[in-house]
Write a protein that binds this ligand. Sequence first.
Ligand SMILES: NC(=O)C1=CN([C@@H]2O[C@H](COP(=O)(O)OP(=O)(O)OC[C@H]3O[C@@H](n4cnc5c(N)ncnc54)[C@H](OP(=O)(O)O)[C@@H]3O)[C@@H](O)[C@H]2O)C=CC1
Ligand SMILES: CC(C)CCC[C@@H](C)[C@H]1CC=C2C3=C(CC[C@@]21C)[C@@]1(C)CC[C@H](O)C(C)(C)[C@@H]1CC3
Length: 418
Amino acid sequence: MAPPQRSRVPLEFGGPLGAAALMLLLPATLVHLLLAARSAPAHLLAPPPALPAPGALWSPWALQLCLGWLGLQVALYLLPARKVAEGLQLKDKSRLLYPINGFQALVLTALLLGLGLWAGLPLDALADMLLPLAFAATLTAFVVSILLFVKSLMAHPSALAPGGNSGNPVYDFFLGRELNPRIISFDIKYFCELRPGLLGWVLINLALLMQEAKLRGSPSLAMCLVNGFQLLYVGDALWHEEAILTTMDIMHDGFGFMLAFGNLVWVPFTYSLQAQFLLHHPQPLGLPLAAGICLLNAVGYYIFRGANSQKNTFRKNPSDPSVAGLETIPTATGQQLLVSGWWGVVRHPNYLGDIIMALAWSLPCGVTHLLPYFYLLYFIALLLHREARDELQCLQKYGLAWQEYCQRVPYRIVPYVY
Ligand SMILES: NC(=O)C1=CN([C@@H]2O[C@H](COP(=O)(O)OP(=O)(O)OC[C@H]3O[C@@H](n4cnc5c(N)ncnc54)[C@H](OP(=O)(O)O)[C@@H]3O)[C@@H](O)[C@H]2O)C=CC1
Ligand SMILES: CC(C)CCC[C@@H](C)[C@H]1CC=C2C3=C(CC[C@@]21C)[C@@]1(C)CC[C@H](O)C(C)(C)[C@@H]1CC3
């Protein structure tokens, strides 16, 4: 087989050196955050009071729980789906099929959890195991990434993602070589993107809420808000599972360590940081402020969902009545760009809505500590970087049409600001 044509896409994330640094820094940052959240000072920028003993990181039981959780979600993914959706057209003009049964998996997981709790499952004990669980999940992410990399060496060149095929093994391992790695019809990236990590996130949140109820008699209003907001976010993602098929991760990015670690480790263990902080640092929250925060989250969700659904509907069927009247810019590829509606306000309205929700998730933790705002700060940095990556990809894809779009929609994320 001819050697794969090396992609000429510019290197990102600082190239091989940046990728190697991130593979060391991300797990180290995770350990720091987990230790800081449960420490009294809860300093984000200072070293944690005490480093964990090696024995505190490794637990065979934690690894079994991780693998068991993965196995359960794989089994739920393989159940008959209410619908099977087609992905966007690939380079070879084919379209992959995706089962749409994520919300079903959420409901079945909740039912199994309810049964377990009724039988006396000590779910709150998870709150005391976050460190070994995170270590086991990180180990799993590394093993999955190695297997994916080896698998990609046998993939057809047309199956490779443009980004993760530089020829440098460190960089390609991080970014991911194969665009849609599958085992028969099991899509590994699509599965990881929405199931084990997102569901694990809300499971950890619930365990933290239950431990707070055990410690203080009842969960605080702040803990209930954070759990509710983030359950809404995960439930929405699974209800609109099909919309992920038109996102960058599925369309452009290979599946390597970045997304494997991001999905399996970073999401469940750092996105639950507010709940972790609240368990160890209870925050008073009055009803008027709580109502204001709920309104802020609702505004963010309205923008997030409206923009994502509008673009996804348009990409799936431009003639759909809900988008047919929108103004568009034709491109040389045959695809059209929306230039009115949400996507006529700024070039990434969905990011704006998501950032507003990230702020609403942090506010119930009060303003005495920076740690609960880590997600907001990380997320803004992630989306700014992601927006720049997407701009480059769209400029390469659409050329003059994208330049016209940028002239007519000059702001990227925040109207009249950025
Ligand atoms: N919670 C989290 O940790 C994260 C959440 N997210 C969220 O995920 C969601 C998806 O974001 P992301 O994956 O970055 O990608 P987007 O959903 O923003 O999709 C970007 C793609 O949309 C298409 N597009 C861009 N502009 C237009 C337009 N004017 N008209 C029609 N199509 C257009 C282009 O693809 P093409 O033209 O090829 O179809 C572009 O590559 C966002 O809401 C984001 O906030 C993202 C990252 C992390
Ligand atoms: C830590 C690394 C440097 C970066 C890892 C980034 C990942 C954690 C995110 C990249 C894109 C994501 C998306 C979601 C979760 C986080 C990751 C994997 C998403 C599934 C969250 C729910 C949303 O509704 C969504 C639109 C489906 C998101 C898609 C992108």
